[in-house]
Design a protein around this ligand. Structure first.
Ligand code: GLP
Length: 261
């Protein structure tokens, strides 16, 4: 794992967007794993800008989102399908047929989870997976006790997650209590992980995820098992990292980061 600390939330999101842009330029057929949440909005607005100003081409890429609420159709403005269309898909030259999210309205949710896993495999697996982190340390909706080998499945949302995301709903009581999420095992199979976390309220969970012991209580700690994982944080979210100076030195001095400094 490598941790990159940028001065502000904007600079951290900008770096994440530039990493994605570089991977997409290197491989126009990239299979890109995507995440939702407030943190990602800046990443997507940067990607839209790079598409407009530098002609970043999404026409051949395929996307797979981490998760979707159970019971919300894509037309519902609280659904992650709606979020993705609004923040990214409808603003770049991606073919909507190449964009995938689990179907939270599927009559048979178990079959839908299996279909989603098969579809990811059919396209050769995910090349780059963008990740946020929830207050519980979840990746996607892998709530506490998610098995480190779990696959795409339905998860009940924890009270902390319900409290964190309910304000995003017009009627907080209408927030679904379950979601379909890629499993921790599904996520760990991608070629490269890119986790972005910003803001002081993430400092504690970031330190646990990056430097703490691996535990199914905090699914993000499983990223320590991944051979190519980049964690990008701003100074506020880095506040509790014990080895912050070491991580800063790496970003400023190692040749692989030269293009991003
Ligand atoms: C939701 C998503 C997660 C995301 C988290 C963080 O719970 N399912 O994938 O990481 O939100 O959200 P925010 O960026 O708003 O803190």
């Amino acid at each position: 794992m490598e941790a990159i600390i940028r001065p502000t939330a904007e600079a951290a999101a900008d770096l994440a967007a530039r990493i994605i842009a570089r991977e997409l330029r290197a491989n126009p057929h990239l299979v890109l794993g995507l995440a939702t949440g407030r943190t990602m909005e800046t990443v997507y607005s940067r990607l839209v800008r790079i598409h407009r100003e530098e002609k970043l081409d999404f026409s051949l890429c395929r996307t797979f989102n981490l998760d979707e609420y159970v019971g919300l159709p894509g037309s519902d403005r609280h659904s992650y399908r709606h979020y993705m269309n609004h923040h990214l898909f409808l603003q770049v030259n991606i073919d909507l047929r190449n964009t995938h999210l689990p179907d939270g309205m599927a009559a048979n949710l178990e079959a839908e989870c299996e279909r989603y896993e098969r579809l990811i495999s059919k396209f050769g697996g995910i090349n780059l997976q963008l990740l946020g982190i929830g207050r519980t340390g979840h990746l996607g909706f892998n709530e506490p006790l998610s098995a480190l080998r779990s696959r795409t499945r339905v998860k009940a949302l924890s009270p902390i997650t319900l409290a964190q995301n309910a304000p995003l709903f017009q009627e907080p009581a209408q927030m679904p209590r379950r979601a379909i999420t890629m499993g921790v095992g599904t996520i760990l199979e991608c070629q490269r992980c890119l986790l972005l976390a910003t803001g002081a309220e993430k400092a504690d969970i970031v330190a646990k995820a990056v430097e703490g012991p691996i535990t199914s209580m905090i699914s993000a700690t499983a990223l320590q098992l991944h051979s190519r994982c980049t964690v990008v944080v701003d100074e506020a979210a880095a506040a509790r990292l014990q080895e912050a100076d070491y991580y800063r030195w790496i970003f400023e001095n190692e040749p692989e980061w030269e293009a991003f400094r």
